[in-house]
Design a protein. Sequence first.
Length: 260
Amino acid sequence: MKRKIIEIERDLCDGCGLCTTACAEGALALDEANKAVLVKEIYCDGLGACLDVCPTGALKVVEREGEGYDAGEAYEHVLKTRGQEAAKHVHGIGGPDADEHHGAAGQQRMPSKGGCPGSAACDIPAESGGGDGKVVSGASELRQWPIQLHLVSPYAPYFKGSDLLIAADCTAFALGSFHSNLLRGKKLVIACPKLDETEGYVEKLAELIKQNNLRSLTVAIMTVPCCSGLYRIVERAVELSGVKIGLQRKVVPIDGQLAS
């Protein structure tokens, strides 16, 4: 099957080992030459959590033919090598002996034998005393159109000198105060690093950043692992643009409580 999987540029690997601990599924290890290697294809979920910690850029996610990710096998592998507590964090599984995952605010994930952790089913309990049932219409803070990255023009005049928010698609649905808390006073671009065809995103964002003398740049993502890909896209765009601008990251958990 053709799927996303980690690839290691051996010459760039300095043997720091950070990727081996960042991978919850135990898909990476150091060999006798102190270089990172893929233990088994079936242990790699292709989400790229290891990319964020590699200091040399030796890791990348590619799409190629390979064995499919097997959450059950990854669980057994981590259980044997790291123990039960570590095995609970394997993507897409609770494990036969593991407790159900409990996240922030009592969020309860349903264990499964495979699949992306970002699509794991979970219940999000409502806060007690959270309202009297009345519907209140909040004012929209959206001040431009279009907003989808495929559709926006880097040369649109409304981007000039603006504070720009680049948000993962799901953030506006998970965060009830998205408009007042994140969007107010900013221009908006939205994208999904998992479901969009992202080819050309880095170059387009780099041109937008280069041409518009932005006052600030904020990236809002969800806590699910695949969403961190949007932050990496923006990081590469800033680097490619050659513009010195601070990049602020806001992380929204599934329960809608803004983490940072």
